[in-house]
Ligand binder design. Structure first.
Ligand code: NDP
Length: 451
């Protein structure tokens, strides 16, 4: 006989989680947000409490931590740490990116893996959640150094992943170059050509639109949110942070839909170009960041616009803000500045770019606020489509993949509205994404027993 359990309060739950995972600050932040959304839902749906889904879903199925030794161009031995968090496989193989950045630690990767579980569920595709990476910094490294690091990293990781087990992709610091080196080493050790990584080159198993997918998807999501107010991106002033993969294709799609992007940034500062970053300027940014691997400051010199060192772009007046760099890059003060300057929509290309206090301000002011786990789901969605194409050994056209991406972002939006609409009609997309993402995974976990 099962007994009716009282759900723990948010504080009780978080105190216990924190005592089991000391110092994992970003992980605590991500779980807390989900717990706040879910507790009322669990009260109405006690079977999830009885099955202790909240306790189980916040504990990774498996964590791998390993040494990554490699030799730099001077012949000196370097040692980094590699990680893979296999968070949840209830609805499909673990799926999520690899991040190479000096700030990487266990807490950051666990937050990303946790978010990924909900995000992947929202896409409607059969993918579990995972994340991995290393504290290796690809900046200022030669191609040969990056290759040797990737080969060493994959020499260990290949024992734990596979096309039906765990399928990593890119994230910060891991783009087409790194995926190529990682794939080459996997193939060499395992002697098999399989869809073990996504984000591959189009000539060797990659999907068209995968590089564009996260940025495009976030812009489609912002457009869906604006459409609920009979509005659109046409004619809007847009601020974007970052200047990497997500930021670049965000600019491309905003331009296509008739908006004007006026900022880009990197970890050294931001540029403000009031005339807008048009196609020609974007080509310059892509070359600067993807080939020359330079700093965004060079844009300001080339186009004679303002550059603000060690600053973020949220003080620039805008209608729409699309943070696309990293976690916790909009704090409460910056959120208030955005509201005061008339921003009506914030849609997150990055993962958890807004602090909890910033999110509270967006929701209190009832602006359109799309959290990353919904708004940036387009990247992993097209990764899912890449897995399907690999399994079928065929390639879809640009138009086919883009149509599917647009349909998926519409579906993610519909799910958020379904679970997030408040009694006054305001859509709380945070609640919508958290509850909508949870239900499918929780039902699968219950169906599969206590595992
Ligand atoms: P890239 O490495 O291509 O670009 C990252 C950008 O953000 C760079 O401009 C980088 O500047 C800046 N940045 C990174 N860390 C910091 C930091 N600590 N402070 C300030 N700026 C920083 O990564 P992506 O574009 O792929 O990823 C951007 C965000 O989008 C991340 O949050 C990622 O998790 C998220 N995301 C990415 C997906 C994808 O498909 N790639 C999918 C879903 C989410 P600099 O060069 O100076 O470091």
């Amino acid at each position: 006989m099962t007994t009716m359990l009282k759900a723990p309060s948010s504080k009780e739950f978080m105190d216990k989680l924190k005592s089991r995972t000391p110092g994992e600050i970003e992980f605590h932040q991500a779980v807390h947000e989900v717990v706040e959304s879910l507790l009322p839902f669990l009260e109405e749906n006690p079977r999830y409490k009885t099955a202790k889904i909240l306790e189980r879903i916040s504990e990774p199925e498996r964590i791998l931590i390993f040494r990554v030794p490699w030799v730099d161009d001077k012949g000196e031995i370097q040692v980094n740490r590699g990680y893979r968090i296999e968070m949840n496989s209830a609805i499909g193989p673990y799926k999520g990116g690899l991040r190479f950045h000096p700030t990487v630690n266990l807490g950051i990767l666990k937050f990303l893996a946790f978010e990924q579980v909900f995000k992947n569920s929202l896409t409607t595709l059969p993918m579990g959640g995972g994340k991995g990476g290393s504290d290796f910094d690809p900046k200022q490294k030669s191609d040969n150094e990056v290759m040797r690091f990737c080969q060493s990293f994959m020499t260990e990781l290949c024992k734990h992943i596979g096309p039906n087990t765990d399928v990593p992709a890119g994230d910060i610091g891991v783009g087409g170059r790194e995926i190529g080196y990682l794939f080459g080493q996997y193939k060499r050790i395992r002697n098999e050509f399989t869809g073990v990584l996504t984000g591959k080159g189009a000539e060797w198993g990659g999907s068209v639109i995968r590089p564009e997918a996260t940025g495009y998807g976030n812009v489609y999501f912002a457009e869906e949110m604006l459409n609920t107010k009979n509005d659109s991106l046409k004619g809007k002033i847009v601020t974007v942070s970052g200047s990497g993969n997500v930021a670049q294709f965000t600019v491309e799609k905003v331009n296509e839909l008739g908006g004007k992007v006026v900022t880009l940034s990197d970890s050294s500062g931001f540029i403000h170009d009031p005339d807008g970053i048009d196609g020609e300027k974007l080509t310059f940014v892509m070359r600067l960041k993807n080939i020359k691997r330079g700093r965004i400051e060079e844009y300001a010199k080339k186009y004679n616009v303002a550059y603000y060192p060690n600053a973020r772009p949220w003080g620039v007046k805008c209608d729409v803000a699309l943070p696309s760099a990293t976690q916790n890059e909009i704090n409460a003060e910056e959120a208030q500045i955005l509201i005061d300057s008339g921003c009506i929509c914030v849609s997150e290309g990055a993962n958890m770019p807004s602090t909890p206090e910033a999110v509270d301000i967006f929701i209190k002011n009832e602006i359109l606020y799309g959290p990353g786990k919904a708004a940036n789901a387009g990247g992993v969605a097209v990764s899912g489509l890449e897995m399907s194409q690999n399994a079928m050994r065929l390639s879809w056209t640009r138009e086919e993949v883009d149509n599917q991406l647009q349909r998926i972002m519409k579906d993610v939006h519909t799910t958020c509205v379904k679970y997030g609409k408040s009694s006054n009609g305001y859509v709380n997309y945070v609640n919508g994404a958290n509850i909508g993402g949870f239900v499918k995974v929780a039902n699968a976990m219950i169906a599969q027993g206590i595992v």
